[in-house]
Structure formats: C-alpha cells, structure tokens
Design a protein around this ligand. Structure first.
Ligand code: FAD
Length: 406
C-alpha cells in the first residue's frame, strides 16, 4: 500500500510524481504503468524518433536513476484493470492488489482503431507508443508506398517524416480539409499545399471501406467509391479512446474520458484524474467539458493535483498551448480556436511565416503561428485577456502583438 498510487507512467503521471516531490511531499509514491518503458515523451514519436534522428534514451522524461533517488516506485508492465474505491485498492491484470491513500489516474488513451475489415492486418500501424513506432520502423526498408488514414497532427507529421525518407505517401482524410478538428480553414489549406509541394498526396473527403489483404498483410486501401490504392504500409491516425473503463466501472462519472472538477477531482473520493483522459470544463471552451491531448495539459494538470495533495489547492486555469512540426514548418498554437467566428491573417503565407488570429464575438481566443515565434509568445497575453482588438489592427503585421495588449 502507498500513500499515493499513480496509474499510467506517461507524461501526466510522471509529472505528477515529480511535482509532488518538488513540493516536498514525503509520503510513499508508486507509479503503475502498462508499458515496459520508463516515462517518455510521445511528441517525438511522429517526429525525430520516427525519422531516426533521436535515440529512445533522449525521449525519457527523466534518467532512470531519478526515480529511485526520489523514492518513486516504478511498477512497470502492469495494467490496472479494476479500482475498488471503498477499499481504496487497484487490481492489475496479473492479479496484484495495491492499496492507495490517494489515487491519480493518468492513463491517457489508446489509439483508436478502424472498425473496417483489415484493421488488424500486419502492416497496419498506429502511432501512440514506442512499440508502435519501433514496429513501423522495422518494416520501412521493405516499404515504398504508405497510406496514412487521418489528416490530423499525428498523421500529417508522420507523412512529412516518411516522405522525407523517400516514401510515397498518401493521406486519406474523411473531412473536406486536414486538421479540421483543431484549426481554421486557412491553416488547413496552407498545410495541404505544403504537403503537396513536398510530394505527399492529400486526398480529402474520402471514406475508407477496408484495408485490402494479401497473404495476411495489408497491400492497400479500398475507398468507399471502390478505388483501391496500393500501399505496403497503412498508418492509422484517427484519435484516441481514453483509457478510463476501470474508473467508469467503479462508478466514476464520465464517458469520453473521466469527468473532473477544476481541481482534477473525479466523482469518486480520493481519486483524481489528469492528462489526456481527464474531461474538464474549460474557460477556454466557454466552460464546456473537453479533453485536451497535449503536453501542456498533462503537465499543468499534474501541477494542479500535486498542489491539491500537498494542501495548497488552486484551480486549473492554464492557457492551452500546442506545437506541431511538419517539413520545415514549426506550428505553435495558443488558446483554443474551437467555435471561433472570425479569422485574421497576419503576414503572408507565401513567406512561410505568418499567424492566424481566431476571434469569437470580437475577442481573441487563439492563435496559430507558423514559423512566427514572436507572435506566439506575445499572443498569449491577448488570449488570456480575451482582448477585443479590431481585425484590421490585428492584421497589421508591422505592429507587434505586445503593443496591442489592452
Ligand atoms: P500518456 O502519455 O499516453 O500516458 C499514459 C500511460 O498510461 C501510457 O503509458 C499508457 O500505456 C498507460 N496506461 C493506460 N491504461 C493503463 C492502465 N489501465 N494501467 C496502467 N497503465 C495504463 N502533444 C503536444 O503538446 N505536442 C505535440 O507535438 C504532440 N505530439 C504527439 C505525437 C504523438 C505521436 C502522440 C502519440 C502524442 C503527441 N502529443 C503531443 C500528445 C501528448 O503526447 C499527450 O498529450 C501526452 O502524452 C498525454 O500524457 P498522459 O500522461 O495523459 O498520457
């Protein structure tokens, strides 16, 4: 039994343990994780790690010696399958029962699979874990044509890396634009053009009927129209399913994630949830419940729970931010553009350095900055303030955003 048990040895779980020790929490801490690896950064999985530019050791969130030095017990290779809130225990798939004083649920999610025929064939990959990417890389040598299903950040990042490695990449997106869930139209169009200029075939508004099989392996993608596009590898980037079933089974409120309040508390006593799996009301989304899949959210919610458990609670109020690297473009996002009703362009996309400012009811809610670090840094204050700035002023790239702050 431990004073604090953290389930999930990913970004949020690791950061919660780190933050607890930083805040002088002296009780016992264990992290239970189903993956065999010590906590590592996932963003490079679709970027430098996939490209072979960064060895796995450099993805570790802390060096191996850190955890025993801080008296944090790492119990890896154990999947938690049940939570018993009354007894304050968790049970692992191998039957171990571990008691807790406080439980921090930080399980992220598992890659969503396609539901169509052929979704589990050899040659079909998701991009969520180190194991996923190692398997993919091991098959790359024999691969020329790659189908990427899903034009979100992860699919597009993988497409950029793989086309640079000389592969023939086609991205299939069901919506009529890439990044439809997370960005405005102008940004989608810019990235589509960039990918096409780099030789990536982007196919929009297409449905996948099934993955075509030959001798147990994927050999192509059949579209709903009947067309078959040959591919020796299929990469599926269609989002995650939050890993919350054991908590829901134990009676926690939620559905698409586990519901938490402003202090990351679930509806079960002594159980908090943080990171990708935590469904929280966000002031940056009109108070609606959302899940954020970002390093920022994982880290900042880890701090929220560490503060609660060390007796200095403060509600979660951090500004969301995110980044994505595709080809030689560095996209940085601050705020949430969901539900915006106007977009203002600052700068000229042809220069490959520009910003899109998103407004809702005349107020700045988010910025997408492409190779525009200054706007990203200075725009944060505008998002935080919900600044009301006339569009023609925002569009004037000769005036720094910091001079527009109210
Ligand atoms: P995770 O890091 O997923 O950790 C959860 C851990 O819990 C996993 O190891 C999981 O296996 C384990 N687990 C699940 N269920 C159980 C169970 N029942 N028992 C025990 N263990 C369990 N974010 C950005 O901000 N910028 C980026 O550029 C970016 N790029 C990304 C690229 C890729 C390819 C991926 C996959 C993600 C990327 N993200 C990025 C998102 C970011 O990595 C996640 O938001 C972050 O990892 C969330 O942390 P987490 O701890 O909530 O979940």
């Amino acid at each position: 039994s431990y004073d604090i048990v953290i389930v999930g040895a990913g970004h949020a779980g690791a950061q919660a343990a780190i933050a607890l020790r930083q805040r002088k929490f002296a009780g016992s801490i264990a992290i239970l994780g189903e993956e065999p690896e010590l906590p590592y950064e996932r963003p490079p999985l679709s970027k430098d790690y996939l490209a072979g530019d960064k060895p796995f050791e450099r993805l570790l969130i802390r060096p191996a010696a850190f955890w025993p030095e801080r008296a944090i017990d790492m119990l890896l290779g154990h999947r938690v399958v049940a939570v018993e809130p009354a007894a304050r225990t968790v049970t692992t798939a191998d039957g171990a029962v571990v008691g807790y004083g406080e439980l921090i649920w930080a399980t992220g999610g598992h890659a969503r699979r396609l539901s169509c025929a052929g979704h589990d064939l050899a040659g079909v990959h998701s991009v969520r874990s180190r194991t996923d990417v190692d398997r993919m890389v091991a098959e790359l040598a024999g691969t020329t044509r790659i189908a990427v299903i899903g034009g979100g950040y992860i699919g597009l990042e993988a497409a950029a890396v793989l086309s640079k490695l000389g592969k023939q990449v086609t991205v299939f997106e069901a919506q009529d634009r890439v990044l439809a869930r997370v960005a405005g139209v102008a940004l989608s169009r810019f990235f589509e053009a960039e990918h096409r200029a780099h030789g990536v075939d982007i196919r929009l508004g297409v449905g996948v009927d099934c993955i075509v099989e030959e001798a147990g392996r994927a050999v192509g993608v059949r579209l709903t129209g009947g067309e078959v596009v040959p591919a020796e590898m299929v990469i599926v980037g269609v989002g995650i399913v939050p890993a919350v079933q054991p908590l829901l089974d134990a009676g926690a409120e939620g559905g698409n994630g586990v519901a938490v309040d402003a202090h990351c508390a679930t509806s079960l006593s002594h159980v908090h949830a943080i990171g990708d799996c935590a469904l929280h009301a966000s002031v940056f989304a009109d108070g609606l419940p959302i899940r954020l899949e970002s390093v920022q959210n994982a880290n900042d919610q880890a701090t929220v729970v560490a503060k609660v458990l060390t007796g200095t609670p403060e509600p979660y109020a951090a500004v969301p931010w995110f980044w994505s690297n595709q080809h030689d473009l560095k996209l940085q996002t601050v705020g949430l553009s969901t539900g915006h009703d106007a977009e203002v362009l600052r700068g000229d996309p042809a220069t490959r350095s520009f910003t899109i400012v998103y407004l809702k009811a005349g107020r700045v809610v988010a910025l997408d900055c492409v190779n525009a670090v200054k706007d990203y840094v200075q725009g944060r204050a505008l998002v935080l303030a919900g600044a009301a700035i006339p569009p023609d002023r925002l569009a004037d790239a000769s005036v720094p955003l910091k001079d527009m702050a109210p």
